[in-house]
Design a protein around this ligand. Structure first.
Ligand SMILES: Cc1cc2nc3c(=O)[nH]c(=O)nc-3n(C[C@H](O)[C@H](O)[C@H](O)COP(=O)(O)OP(=O)(O)OC[C@H]3O[C@@H](n4cnc5c(N)ncnc54)[C@H](O)[C@@H]3O)c2cc1C
Length: 364
């Protein structure tokens, strides 16, 4: 019988599993499909810079704590798996959707007030940094510490590191119910097995609400579809992440370039739509005119686990002794995966918490 069963093998479940296994816990990960092929695979891998000493809101504090964990996290995974995750400090530039100077100045001031390196630059400096951007673009914020990870490779590395640490990985194992005895969950049920364990964690991404409902617990997590377009653009017209509100361009070192993303409330529907794909390609061409003739490679979509506040549910489920949740990371689950793994390890193994976030460490 494993000490801990994790329900969901996306970046959140696999990161928690790996972290627990490094402390000697016996862990099993159940996934209804293949492991690591849902939102975590579909994402863009942007890791926004933060500074724990200056972060003001709980959301920024959580992001900042994760940001500082990333370099060591990526190095450990590379060492244990032999797989390079593509974690890199590529830098980024934030532009205003309405090209409003005051919006951009405010964004730069917020980063600076939190102790994040951010420089307000004018159109002349922008063109010097990024000569391929449209000449129409005005002021911007330059964020030299912006990072990225290649999430499909991160998932491969996590799977290999988990396997090397003895984590039992069970794809094709949908959890369809729980058995309870008083305040405790005694087992999780799949169509073919009843799996007992000491503790259980629901980390089922966009599906977490329905999984937890089977244990009599109510949270609000809903799927938010995000569509992405992949182009090949050789030589790369930019090496930095470019962000304009919810839209962005993320260049990969091998000459590929992601253009994302939409936010659509359409249930568990993953198809790409002609309208969204056309809009994303148009956005890319407006930002970098040379992309209009880049090679279209493919497009896909993923279901982000959206929560009402945009913050994840992290903590013990009320009225249970041994059922936990780590879900609802919305647009930041890749970014927040190291800190989520550390906090859940601390909670599950009864260690003191390195980060007290009352707003987060309870189910709302
Ligand atoms: C287009 C797009 C771009 C994104 N870009 C970024 C980005 O740049 N940076 C960033 O930080 N984040 C980004 N995200 C968000 C990020 O991908 C998510 O927040 C993160 O992947 C959530 O991870 P997860 O493990 O909770 O969910 P998932 O990866 O969806 O994993 C959940 C798993 O649970 C399994 N499951 C569900 N129900 C059951 C069940 N009953 N039994 C067993 N298993 C079950 C599923 O099969 C799935 O494998 C992006 C997302 C999208 C879609």
């Amino acid at each position: 019988m494993p000490d801990i069963v994790l329900i969901g093998g996306g970046v959140i479940g696999l990161s928690i599993a790996y972290e627990l296994a490094t402390r000697g816990a016996s862990v099993r990960v159940l996934d209804q499909g293949p492991l690591g092929q849902e939102s975590s695979w579909a994402g863009a891998g942007m890791i926004t810079p933060g500074n724990p000493l200056g972060a003001k809101s709980p959301e920024n504090r959580l992001r900042a704590e994760s940001f500082v964990l990333w370099p060591d996290w990526a190095a450990r995974l590379r060492e244990e798996s032999g797989i390079e995750t593509g974690f890199a400090r590529c830098g980024g530039i934030e532009l205003s959707p309405e090209r409003s100077v005051s919006d951009i100045a405010a964004a730069a001031a917020t980063f600076q007030s939190e102790g994040v390196r951010a420089e307000l630059i004018g159109s002349h400096e922008l063109r010097e940094l990024e000569p391929h951007l449209s000449p129409e673009l005005g002021d911007a914020v330059h964020l030299p510490d912006y990072c990225q990870v290649r999430n499909p490779r991160l998932l491969k590395a996590l799977l290999a590191a988990c396997a090397a640490r003895g984590v039992e990985l069970s794809p094709g194992s949908p959890v369809i119910g729980f058995d309870r005895g008083g305040q405790r969950v005694t087992s999780a049920r799949t169509p073919t097995e009843t799996i007992s364990a000491g503790q259980f964690v629901v980390c089922s991404g966009a599906w977490s609400q329905s999984v937890l409902a089977q244990a009599g617990c109510s949270i609000r997590v809903a799927p938010v579809r995000g569509q992405i377009v992949l182009l090949e653009a050789l030589p790369l017209p930019t090496r930095r992440i470019l962000e304009v509100g919810p839209r962005y361009i993320v260049p990969r070192a091998d000459g590929r370039l992601l253009i994302g993303s939409t936010e659509e409330h359409v249930g568990f529907e993953k198809r790409n739509t002609a309208e969204a794909v056309a809009e994303l390609i148009h956005f890319g061409g407006e930002l970098i005119p040379s992309l209009k003739t880049a090679r279209f490679e493919r497009c896909w979509s993923g279901l982000r686990p959206g929560s009402p506040s945009g913050l994840p549910y992290l903590g013990r489920v009320p009225n249970t002794d041994n059922l936990f949740v780590a879900a609802g990371h919305f647009r930041a689950g890749l970014m927040l995966s190291p800190i989520t793994a550390v906090l859940l390890r601390q909670l599950l193994l009864g260690e003191s918490l390195s980060l007290i976030l009352d707003e987060l460490l309870q189910s709302r």
